[in-house]
Design a protein around this ligand. Structure first.
Ligand code: SAM
Length: 246
């Protein structure tokens, strides 16, 4: 299986450590949707289970779908520690396998839908989500059209260090560069694992491409897939778009 290069190997380990305890404002929107759902929910790109395990622990009916074996292994290990038994489907959300059906809510946090940079494939994917919803079900995708600051390029920035083992840190540098036509954002990451004596033990580079989509572009896809009652939380820079299957 292919991933988007930040979620396996060394980069994946560092990502998993960096994200484990984080909470995001958008978590509340997805949580409210799952709490109010009339049936099971499916998280697309459930990763380490950061959000899904909280929802499961609170007694909600939520399954995950994840492409990275490393992320799923972290999720299953953490679930075991918490006494939870999550259902995590292994596979891709681009598009969703037709065997997955009958969900009351399908949601995709942290702009992961933007990994589908090809618009025709993205449209096929949105249709597959609509098909997997039961009547009245809600699709909720996080998205972003990018921020103005990015348009000028930001150069390399140092992100907070991430502890990865006893006395061992990952130093993370990142550069975000928009394409000339503003369609996509290229995110490059360099990770250096630094031991207790300060020497660099390992280095890994990764690059991700994310499609920048304004709300209106995603809304057009939702409408084409037959979803209605569209609602955007947030602004073009950072939003969640919801739509209902009639
Ligand atoms: C930004 S992380 C978000 C993880 C989790 N949803 C959260 O909120 O903490 C994106 C996740 O999507 C997964 N992913 C990326 N492309 C995917 C695809 N085509 N199908 C399934 N999962 C995918 C990655 O492996 C990663 O775990």
């Amino acid at each position: 299986m292919t991933t988007t290069s930040f979620y396996d190997g060394l980069l994946g380990t560092v990502y998993a450590n960096a994200i484990a305890d984080q909470r995001f404002v958008e978590d509340d929107v997805f949580t409210q949707l799952v709490v109010g759902a009339d049936g099971p929910a499916l998280e697309l790109g459930s990763g380490t289970g950061r959000l899904m395990l909280r929802l499961l622990a609170a007694g909600h009916d939520v399954e995950g779908l994840e492409i990275s074996d490393e992320m799923t292994d972290v999720c299953v290990t953490e679930a075991g520690r918490l006494g939870l038994r999550p259902v995590v489907h292994r596979g891709s959300f681009a598009p969703l396998d037709a065997s997955l059906r009958g969900y009351a809510v399908i949601f995709c946090p942290l702009n992961a839908f933007s990994f589908i940079v090809d618009d025709a494939l993205a449209m096929t994917a949105v249709r597959s989500y609509a098909a997997a919803l039961k009547p009245g079900g809600v699709l909720a995708l996080a998205g972003s059209a990018g921020e103005d600051a990015l348009r000028d390029g930001t150069g390399w920035i140092r992100r907070p260090d991430v502890p990865v083992a006893e006395a061992t840190l990952a130093q993370v540098e990142e550069r975000r560069t928009p394409d000339a036509d503003g369609r996509c954002l290229r995110i490059e990451r360099v990770i250096r694992i630094v031991g207790p004596d300060g020497t660099v033990r390992r280095t890994q580079h990764g690059t991700q491409l994310r499609r920048l989509r304004p709300i209106a572009a995603l809304a057009e896809m939702f409408a084409d897939a037959g979803l209605d009652t569209l609602h955007a939380h947030g602004t073009d820079a950072d939003y969640i778009l919801t739509g209902r299957k009639g």
